[in-house]
Design a binder for this molecule. Structure first.
Ligand code: HXC
Length: 256
């Protein structure tokens, strides 16, 4: 599909994406890159990052891959420092890294619960916290008048109750909450825009195939008036809108 945005709307910008090598994160990497941004992709699995970077580069995108786990503060600091060292600045942070599995609450150990909270919620906060100094207006390599921007990817699981997703629901509720708090504090103090995107079921992602067995998917399609579900493209376009000047006054939460 052809983008409705001009190809150079992010020219000169630098973006770091956690979980940016697969699923929704990869599609955001691709679309930000296609619209002019330099892309740094952070992830735990080297072969997945290498393959994503190769594909991005083959499309003429300036991209690098950086191995790291958002649960480790040292990794977060190192990856951010390497991104700024390589590209000279940081304008956009997208937190798309997430952990997930279907499990009834009674079978989920407290450590399993904590693991997902650590990746999704604490990891998102850690990345934001470590990125702050680079996103402030006037930070190294940036023009002095504009702060950077952050996108946190959450979900809609926690709006009601979702079977076998107690850990992820709690984690994503925390992500939405910290998005609002950072939008308030950093938007006011530093002109940094912090937005969240809360995707519903998105076709052709790990979350979709792992969490939506075929019988639930058929019901979902029956219940959806237009008989179709969201695509990674929709989320990437929402992200593009929010990080570009089109979304210049946006600051808080967008539900898709
Ligand atoms: C029950 C499980 C489990 C499972 C892990 N645990 N998998 N419990 N069922 N299937 C428990 C373990 O027993 C352990 O607790 C604890 O979690 C940590 O497990 P580890 O394997 O040591 O953790 P780690 O290697 O760090 O892996 C974490 C992970 C991750 C969360 C399992 O590897 C993962 O899920 N990766 C997939 C990423 C993914 O699918 N991303 C897409 C997300 S989609 P004990 O007590 O035994 O020590 C998404 C969309 C949401 O987020 C919205 C969709 C609509």
């Amino acid at each position: 599909m052809e983008s409705p945005f001009k190809a150079d709307i992010l020219k000169g910008k630098v973006a770091l994406l956690t979980g940016g090598a697969s699923g929704i994160g990869y599609e955001i990497s691709l679309q930000l890159g296609k619209h002019g941004a330099c892309i740094a992709v952070m992830g735990r699995r080297k072969h997945v990052i290498d393959s994503a970077v190769e594909t991005l580069q083959s499309q003429g995108i300036h991209a690098i891959g950086l191995e790291g786990d958002v649960r480790k503060r040292d990794d977060a600091a190192r990856v951010l420092e390497s991104t700024v060292k390589h590209f000279g600045r940081l304008d956009i942070l997208v937190n798309a890294a997430a952990g997930n599995f279907l499990v009834p609450s009674e079978d989920l150990s407290p450590n399993g619960f904590r693991t997902v909270i650590d990746i999704d919620a604490v990891g998102t906060f850690t990345m934001c916290h470590e990125a702050l100094k680079y996103l402030k207006k006037g930070a190294s390599g940036k023009d002095s008048s504009v702060g950077g921007t952050i996108i946190n990817i959450s979900a809609t699981l926690h709006y009601t109750a979702t079977w076998y997703q107690i850990h992820v629901s709690a984690a994503k509720a925390a992500v939405d909450s910290l998005t609002r708090s950072l939008a308030l504090e950093w938007g006011t103090d530093y002109d940094i825009r912090v937005n969240g995107i809360a995707p519903g079921p998105i076709e052709d992602t790990a979350g979709f195939s792992k969490l939506l067995p075929q019988e639930i998917l058929s019901k979902l399609k029956e219940q959806t008036l237009v008989s179709k579900v969201g695509q990674k493209w929709d989320i990437a376009m929402a992200a593009l809108y929010l990080v570009s000047n089109a979304g210049y006054h946006s600051n808080s939460l967008l539900e898709v």
